[in-house]
Design a protein around this ligand. Structure first.
Ligand SMILES: NC(=O)c1ccc[n+]([C@@H]2O[C@H](COP(=O)([O-])OP(=O)(O)OC[C@H]3O[C@@H](n4cnc5c(N)ncnc54)[C@H](OP(=O)(O)O)[C@@H]3O)[C@@H](O)[C@H]2O)c1
Length: 208
């Protein structure tokens, strides 16, 4: 998720620092392949001057990457990380809380937005390639801070989705299980993982 989204953010004109992998070569390769606007760095370097941080690690690595990132006070953290167990067979937090809310409790001075986690990574480049088409796929996001949500919505649009504001961060309690449905459709049916979704509204009270 991080490699693909970082590449697309760079293509859309953002400055990107790829960080956090066991191989520095991989991060350098990602930066090279993204061509403009990208470099490899440590999580602390990525965090230092960033307007937004994308958290895209396995749930078991969240504490480690946050420790390496250092002070993230005031930062927008866009998280696609799901609170999955070690075997990736189920959510370890659900129903009465969410991974996004648990993350927000770990970084109380940052502004967490849950976004991008509801689609498979395999669809991202196709969505970007279809960006000019009128009917974009939807992408759900939620969070408590208006400025952080506006930043996330810009990134969502830049990748080629139509951002759908689902409300406050606690709505991640619904987004995260929804992602398991998407994973079921992507990986357990014959249709394949190049899958996105679109919400349509009908009737007179439609608003933008
Ligand atoms: N993949 C999807 O389609 C998808 C969709 C929705 C949500 N998500 C969620 O997004 C998050 C990221 O998923 P992903 O599939 O992108 O995972 P991933 O491909 O495994 O990427 C995770 C990153 O963390 C790094 N990493 C792992 N262990 C490390 C360690 N010990 N030290 C340093 N770096 C380490 C990996 O680097 P290495 O090269 O060293 O492995 C990689 O750069 C997860 O929480 C997942 O549940 C994924």
């Amino acid at each position: 998720m991080g490699g693909k989204l970082g590449t697309l953010f760079a293509r859309a004109g953002h400055e990107v620092v790829f960080s956090y992998a066991r191989s520095e070569q991989k991060l350098k390769r990602l930066a090279r392949n993204a061509k403009r606007n990208a470099r490899a760095g440590t999580p602390a370097e990525a965090a230092r001057n960033a307007d937004a941080l994308l958290l895209a690690v396995h749930w078991s690595r969240v504490d480690d990457v946050l420790r390496q990132a250092g002070d993230v006070s005031g930062k927008t953290i866009v998280s696609c990380s799901l609170p999955m167990n070690a075997g990736d067979t189920g959510l370890v937090i659900a129903h009465t809380s969410s991974g996004a809310e648990a993350l927000a409790r770990k970084v109380r001075k940052a502004h967490v937005v849950s976004a991008f986690g509801t689609v498979p990574s395999e669809v991202l480049f196709d969505v970007y390639a279809a960006k000019r088409k009128a009917r974009r796929p939807s992408l759900l996001y939620c969070g408590d801070d208006a400025h952080a949500k506006a930043t996330a919505a810009t990134l969502i649009r830049d990748v080629g989705f139509d951002p759908v504001d689902a409300g406050p961060l606690r709505i991640a309690r619904y987004l995260e299980p929804f992602t398991l449905l998407i994973a079921q459709l992507a990986y357990e049916t014959e249709g394949g993982p190049e899958l996105a979704y679109r919400f349509e509204r009908f009737g007179q009270r439609r608003r933008r």
